[in-house]
Design a protein around this ligand. Structure first.
Ligand SMILES: [Zn+2]
Length: 398
């Protein structure tokens, strides 16, 4: 999930908004300020409804953020690094780097989110009761807090459905993990439950559209579609992790890469090596031996032939800080989780002194997966393939 609008850091965790969050804010402001509130609490000026709608939308986003922060803080407490929190169209995501080390940690990180939403529901409910009891003529304000209480309780309950990647799916994974002592098998079971729950939501949503309650139905179907996709991706990721278990970056990389100088021209590189070695990736190494960027054939092709004689490789390279880096002894699956940025799916392998020792390209990765798959098949069925056809991981849907 890309954060298009950074909000800064809270407790050291990067927090951002995806642009799609504006859609849900608009739906809340219009749906409440122009629809629900005027209908249920008549007799206020128009501006009061709009203000209540905006306040409800902002407080809802704040309570969603509290839910995600709870996950993030607990994750760090359990030794799992948190890369960022993003709020988007369908809710929030706390992106964790790496996996909890035990079923207990998995369970705690998952449960603390819905618990926070339940607590928010109780607090907002108490405020609503206080306002209605103590302040006369404040039915609209009381109603707004009652609405926030309701949506937070709903958020907690919905996310506790045992279906990955919802929190309830993580709970299910933790329980199965503790029982089976096999994390991958438990994760696959939870992802399958997620996919099936997604299908159910799509079907229910479709029925609602057909019977005329179109908007709610579309929303459910959208959440269902997201769950099916996310759960399927998670299952694949888990299977890949199982297949690649124990393989280090050094096992998969191509060593002794052909390198170029940042000051070399594109034409120079083409004449010197591109036509002779059939390579698609050229790391740049500065005279002092430090890694200085990555040039791929894709980048070379984007420069018009007549300009290639005057263009330096440094000018078209993916800058060094944006190229994924790995250490030779690191598990390959850890690197695969960080393969982003402008390097066209490549990564460089550096030794502790920062010298370039290897390169990892999509070809290297797919060859390694195929070899590992072959090895897994030869050694007979394992963990993941023995999972029962039981319908049974972290993202929060609003
Ligand atoms: Zn959650």
């Amino acid at each position: 999930m890309r954060s298009s609008i950074p909000l800064g850091r809270i407790g050291g965790v990067r927090v951002g908004l995806n642009i799609s969050v504006l859609v849900i804010v608009a739906i809340l402001v219009f749906g409440l300020g122009f629809g629900r509130f005027p209908a249920v609490f008549p007799g206020y000026p128009r501006a009061a409804y709009v203000l209540a709608g905006v306040a409800a939308a902002v407080l809802f986003m704040a309570s969603l953020l509290a839910h995600e922060l709870a996950h993030a803080i607990m994750a760090r407490h359990e030794g799992v690094e948190v890369s960022r929190i993003t709020l988007w169209l369908l809710g929030g995501v706390a992106e964790l780097r790496g996996e909890p080390r035990s079923p207990g940690a998995d369970l705690k990180i998952a449960v603390v989110g819905p618990a926070t939403s339940l607590l928010a529901g109780v607090v907002f409910g108490a405020i609503a009761l206080l306002i209605s009891g103590l302040v006369s003529g404040a039915a609209l304000a009381g109603g707004m807090f009652a609405y926030l209480a309701g949506v937070n309780v709903l958020l907690a309950l919905f996310n506790l459905v045992p279906a990955a990647p919802l929190d309830g799916g993580r709970v299910l994974r933790a329980i199965l993990w503790a029982r089976w002592h096999d994390r991958a098998r438990a994760a696959i079971a939870a992802a399958r439950a997620g996919r099936w729950f997604g299908y159910v939501l799509i079907a229910v949503g479709f029925l609602q559209v057909v019977t005329g309650r179109s908007f709610d139905g579309l929303w459910l179907a959208l959440i269902g579609l997201f769950l099916v996709n996310a759960a399927s991706a998670e299952e694949q990721q888990t299977r890949l992790g199982t297949v690649l278990h124990g393989i280090r970056v050094a096992d998969a990389m191509s060593g002794h890469p052909v390198v170029a100088s940042p000051d070399e021209t594109i034409s120079g590189l083409i004449e010197r090596v591109v036509m002779r070695h059939r390579l698609s990736t050229y790391p740049l190494v500065a005279p002092d031996g430090t890694f200085a960027g990555l040039v791929t054939l894709n980048r070379i092709r984007r420069v018009e032939p007549e300009r290639r004689g005057a263009t330096r490789l440094a000018d078209i390279a993916c800058p060094p800080q944006e190229v994924p880096r790995a250490r030779p002894e690191e598990p390959l699956t850890d690197l695969l989780a960080r393969m982003e940025g402008c390097a066209d799916g490549r990564a460089v392998v550096l030794d502790p002194a920062g010298r370039l020792v290897g390169l990892l390209t999509p070809t290297d990765i797919s060859r390694t997966i195929q070899m590992a798959d072959l090895r897994a098949t030869l050694s007979g069925p394992r963990g993941a393939d023995l999972a029962p056809p039981y319908h049974g991981d972290h993202r929060d849907a609003a």
